[in-house]
Design a protein around this ligand. Sequence first.
Ligand SMILES: Nc1ncnc2c1ncn2[C@@H]1O[C@H](COP(=O)(O)OP(=O)(O)OP(=O)(O)O)[C@@H](O)[C@H]1O
Ligand SMILES: [Mg+2]
Length: 232
Amino acid sequence: MLEVSNLTVDFGSKRILTEVSMRAESRNITALVGHNGAGKTTLLRSIFGLVRPSGGSIRLFGDSVLGQPTAHIARCGAAFVPQGHHVFRDLSVGDNLLIAQGTGARRDRKAADLDAIYALFPILDERQRQLAGQLSGGQQQMLALGMALLRNPQLMMLDEPSTGLAPVLVDQIFGTISDIRDQFGVGIVIVDQNVRRLVEFADHTFVLKAGRIVAEGSASDFTDLDVLWSLF
Ligand SMILES: Nc1ncnc2c1ncn2[C@@H]1O[C@H](COP(=O)(O)OP(=O)(O)OP(=O)(O)O)[C@@H](O)[C@H]1O
Ligand SMILES: [Mg+2]
C-alpha cells in the first residue's frame, strides 16, 4: 500500500529525516513511535506532499507520489488527520460532515456515507446540530476522523489522535480506529504518545530516532518494553 524508501528531508541546513525506509500494508495498522522531535510528523507530512523531501522515493498503491501535489496524493486514496482537532468550530457537526463528504467511488469496500459515520460515532449523531467548537476534545477528534473517512481513503494517516485525551477517551479512539480498519478496510498509519498501548495495538511498529528508523517489529518483538525504551 505504502512504501517509503531512503527518504531524506532537510529543513534549511538541518537534516530532519535520514534515509528513512518504512512500509505499510493494506488493512493493517502501522505505528510510528519516537521521541519529541524525532521526525514523525515530518514523515507523515512528506508522504502527504506537504513537505518536499531532498531524496528517496514514496510509492502509494504502486505509483510514485514523491513531488506530487497533495491533491493528487489525496485522490490516490490517502487522507491525513493532523494533530489537533481540525474541524470548523463555527459550523454544526452535521455541516462539518456534509462539507467533508466525498464522491470517490470505492472498488471493493463498503462506502463510508453519513449513516455509516453516525453509526460509528453515535455521539456525533446525537450532536448533529451542535456547533463543532462546543464538542469536547475527544468528540472533535471523532469528528475529524469521520470527516477524513467520508473522503473514502484507503490509507489514513493519523498524527497523535489520542494526545491530550482522558484515558477513557483514549480507549474509545483506539477502539474506533480498529473499527475503521475492520469495517471499511482502511489501512492506518498512526503516530501517538501512548507508545506502550500503540505497540500492542499495531500490526507493525517502526521506531524513529533523530530522523532515522532504528527498529521495527510486531508487538511480540517488543514484549520486553525495556528494549523498546532503550531504542528511544
Ligand atoms: N517547518 C519546519 N521548519 C524547520 N524545522 C522543522 C519544521 N518542522 C519541524 N521541524 C524540526 O524537525 C524536527 C522533527 O520535527 P517533527 O515535528 O517531525 O517531530 P515529531 O517526531 O513529530 O515530534 P513530536 O513528538 O513533538 O510531535 C524537529 O527538530 C523540528 O524542530
Ligand atoms: Mg509530531
